[in-house]
Design a binder for this molecule. Structure first.
Ligand code: IPM
Ligand code: MN
Length: 378
């Protein structure tokens, strides 16, 4: 045990369903890492999520946005509950935080771990080791759109970001009584350049020489043709090789040859889909970690959702949340502790007799037993 030289303030939003169970285990592991590597953690829990909303009507108060800035990072469990209209909490909490703090990077590594059954056969000597660098603030996620019946469909646009603001109204005239919905996607040069730059940094850190963009300019030439032009210019300008694949074909090849892929740069919506696909190929959502990163506050969360069907049963796998907490420590500069968490997860999975594996991998260990094992290994 080292003496404690510094202390971090970390906000915790466990959220809904299994979010509560898995964040508790992630906190346990971070506390153990703090003891081993000489830092303290002051946890600041927040109750936001479905239960809080149903009890109080409150989704996420503005005042907390300022408070969170007193923290160095946010650890988030999962948001979403079948009792609440889909999208309300997701947009009101998760996306609100991503946008408010301009967390323009969604980093989602997908690796194969020992004893995690894979749905595809991997050739001897190969392993899956990819990372999705997902743009996290633009594309079809901006919330620009509307729905209506009539001849004029008109919806206001008001967006304020660190990089730019957009204000106005979009009006479309339909033939009378057409029932329609519209959702607009947006890409800006600065938005694409900064995430392409992050993808280049990621590729270099991993010792790679190229970045692959998931695109779809054959069908959506305006927005994704723009992406290819700007991202291509940025990546080549940084001396790396720039590759492009249409996202549909990419999904096909990812399923068949996942070990051939490294750093994959994605616009927001494709990144959402491709990261779930890769999680499914590389051992499941139970080990898929994620980080939302910007210039300021970062937020760390597993790729999985709230899994209400298994909430409270002890069957949740906390490893994705634990690995996300590892990414959190990495972002704080605690690189040794972060690496230790990752290797502890590898060791626990590698050594585990069947009974000690998470239920998801056919084992008998409860969520908290898995957390205990990783904390002990750290
Ligand atoms: C994710 C989730 C969110 C997203 C939802 C809950 C809004 O699927 O983090 O991948 O689409 O980004
Ligand atoms: Mn998703």
């Amino acid at each position: 045990m080292k003496s404690i030289s510094k202390s971090y303030r970390i906000a915790v939003i466990p959220g809904d369903g299994i979010g509560k169970e898995v964040t508790a285990e992630a906190q346990k592991v971070v506390n153990a890492a703090g003891e081993a590597y000489g830092f303290g953690v002051e946890w600041h829990p927040y109750p936001f999520g479905a239960d809080h909303y149903l009890r109080t009507g409150e989704i996420f108060p503005d005042s907390v946005l300022g408070e969170l800035e007193q923290c160095q990072a946010v650890l988030l469990g999962a948001i979403g509950d079948p009792r609440v209209k889909p999208g309300l909490l997701e947009r009101g909490i998760l996306l609100r935080l991503r946008f408010h703090y301009d967390m323009f990077v969604n980093l989602r590594p997908a690796r194969s771990f020992p004893n995690t059954p894979l749905p595809v056969a991997i050739p001897e000597g190969k392993r899956i080791d990819t990372v999705v660098v997902r743009e996290n603030t633009e594309d079809f996620y901006m919330g620009i759109g509307g729905e209506g019946r009539g001849s004029d469909l008109s919806f206001p646009v008001e967006i304020s970001r660190d990089l730019y603001s957009v204000k106005g109204t979009t009006t479309l005239s339909f033939s009378p009584e057409t029932n329609a919905a519209v959702q607009l996607g947006l890409a800006t040069e600065e938005g694409v350049r900064r995430i392409a730059t992050y993808a280049c940094d990621t590729a270099r850190r991993r010792g790679e020489k190229s970045v692959l963009l998931a695109s779809k300019s054959n069908a959506l030439p305006q927005i994704y043709g723009f992406w290819e032009t700007i991202a291509g210019d940025e990546v080549r300008g940084q001396g790396l090789d720039f590759q492009v694949a249409n996202v549909d074909a990419l999904c096909y090849h990812l399923v068949r040859n996942p070990w051939k892929y490294n750093t994959i740069l994605c616009p927001n919506m494709f990144g959402d889909i491709v990261s779930d696909l890769l999680a499914g190929i590389a051992g499941g959502l139970g080990v898929a970690a994620g980080a939302n990163i910007g210039k300021g506050l970062g937020m760390f969360e597993p790729v999985h959702g709230s899994a209400p069907d298994i909430a409270g049963t002890g069957r949740a796998n906390p490893l994705a949340a634990i690995l996300s907490a590892g990414l959190l420590l990495f972002s704080l500069g605690e690189t040794e502790a972060a690496a230790k968490i990752e290797s502890a997860v590898e060791n626990v999975l590698g050594k585990a007799d069947k009974a000690a594996l998470p239920a998801e991998f056919g084992g008998g260990a409860t969520c908290s037993a898995v957390g205990d094992a990783v904390a002990a290994a750290v």
